[in-house]
Ligand binder design. Structure first.
Ligand code: FES
Length: 119
């Protein structure tokens, strides 16, 4: 029986880290992550995580997302549980996020999105 006043213990996460890539595409031609190489970054991240042996339960999951409302920094991705937001340009940036953050938990400072950048 649980004491109602006791804090709920944290449930173990299924993944150690989860990275979401905005792949949003606006049909009206407005700026969006899809126009800035988001899909290529997502595809590369999937490959890199798998190649590094990081994919799967207890490790890392790479997922697509719709608009994350930080479009002015496009293309964007976010890593949980830390809630760290990145913008990237090329495969080398993705490789650094995989190796540094997803593998070792070290934030890649140079790719961080400034906290005030929104839509
Ligand atoms: S279109 Fe990617 S964050 Fe909005």
């Amino acid at each position: 029986m649980t004491d109602a006043a006791s804090p709920t213990p944290a449930a173990p996460g299924y993944y150690e880290r989860h990275i979401f890539f905005c792949l949003n595409e606006r049909p009206n031609g407005e700026d969006c992550c899809a126009l800035h190489g988001a899909k290529a970054g997502f595809d590369h991240c999937k490959r890199a995580v798998k190649a590094a042996g990081l994919a799967g339960q207890g490790q890392v999951r790479v997922n697509k997302a719709g608009c994350l409302d930080r479009c002015s920094a496009a293309p964007v991705c976010v890593v949980y549980p830390e809630g760290v937001w990145y913008s990237f340009i090329d495969e080398a940036d993705i490789d650094e996020i995989v190796e540094s953050h997803l593998k070792h938990g070290r934030i890649v400072e140079r790719l961080l999105i400034p906290p005030t950048m929104g839509r």
